[in-house]
Ligand binder design. Structure first.
Ligand SMILES: Nc1ncnc2c1ncn2[C@@H]1O[C@H](COP(=O)(O)OP(=O)(O)O)[C@@H](O)[C@H]1O
Ligand SMILES: Cc1ncsc1CCOP(=O)(O)O
Ligand SMILES: [Mg+2]
Length: 269
């Protein structure tokens, strides 16, 4: 199930070349733009209040990432989000580090109160924190989460009427009724900053070409995991995280439906 539809997305995106407006963080903005190009979409990174409502109208999807949140940018996020809602442009939200500070938690909840999103993607402790759980994010990295990932994903999806992706060693994706888990990936994906942000941008690319946001989340999430796995296998003994990141980008760029169908590990619950 899902595999044939996801393969169609991989070929469709290069034909459609969707424009993805991204209001994201200063740490990984360049990587998110490049991974958007690598998969066949076009990025535009614009975050000033003077232009975001105009810019988002040109786009096929909007990516909101609070990694280096500031009050002015937050105002722009709300303006862009409301403008996108008005004309039906889908939004993915990445609550980076939401469990780390009161500021992030308050603004993440305020955003989700004012704006309807198609997808929320975060690591386990970010999603648990968003739902009032006890876990704390250590900066932007996942901490320990006690509850079942599937339960957390379903609960969050129902609570925000959207698709939820909880990333980690196992990626869990739910729309509130269907839940799947993807076991592709490599621990080295945690060794470079931005693989979560880049996953969010990849999902943002796919929601720009399909209204099936569950499928788009599978396509984007599994692409990062599988590329991460394949990049690690290509590493030589004397190569480290710098080469790994280059190979990761290459694997995302060269990924095709046949390879993906062969090697993706999707587990339906
Ligand atoms: N322990 C792990 N083993 C394998 N892959 C992992 C592991 N932790 C995270 N990943 C992968 O790394 C990428 C980023 O996930 P994660 O680190 O959870 O997000 P974030 O960077 O937002 O905290 C995802 O593709 C995820 O599947
Ligand atoms: C280190 C850091 N600090 C603020 S945003 C950021 C990057 C987070 O990227 P990811 O969520 O993909 O790990
Ligand atoms: Mg993250």
């Amino acid at each position: 199930m899902y595999k044939e539809e996801v393969i169609d997305l991989y070929s469709m995106i290069r034909k459609r070349n969707p424009l993805i407006h991204q209001i994201t963080n200063a740490v990984t903005v360049n990587d998110c733009a490049n991974v958007t190009l690598a998969v066949g979409a076009s990025p535009v990174m614009a975050s000033s209040i003077e232009e975001v409502e105009e810019m988002v109208k040109l786009a096929d999807a909007l990516v909101i990432n609070i990694g280096t949140l500031q009050s002015g940018v937050f105002k722009a996020m709300i303006l862009a989000g409301k403008a996108a809602n008005k004309i039906g442009i889908p939004i993915i939200f990445d609550p980076v580090g939401v469990g780390a500070t009161t500021f992030r938690k308050e603004k993440a909840k305020e955003f989700l109160r004012q704006v309807d999103v198609a997808v929320i993607r975060g690591n386990a402790s970010e999603v648990d924190s968003l739902m009032g759980g006890a876990s704390t994010t250590r900066g932007v990295d996942a901490g320990v989460v006690e509850i079942s990932l599937k339960e957390l994903a379903v609960k969050t999806a129902v609570s925000y009427s959207c698709v939820v992706v909880i990333s980690g060693q196992i990626d869990t994706i739910s729309n509130g009724t269907e839940t799947i888990q993807i076991t592709n990936g490599d621990f080295w994906l945690k060794s470079i900053t931005g693989t979560g942000c880049m996953s969010t941008s990849l999902i943002g690319c796919f929601i720009g070409i399909t209204k099936d946001y569950f499928l788009a989340a599978i396509a984007g999430t599994s692409l990062m995991g599988l590329a991460g796995e394949k990049a690690k296998k290509r590493l030589q003994e004397d190569e480290g995280i710098g080469t790994y990141k280059v190979k990761l980008m290459d694997e995302i760029f060269i990924m095709n439906g046949d390879t993906w169908k062969e090697e993706v590990q999707i587990h339906e619950s």
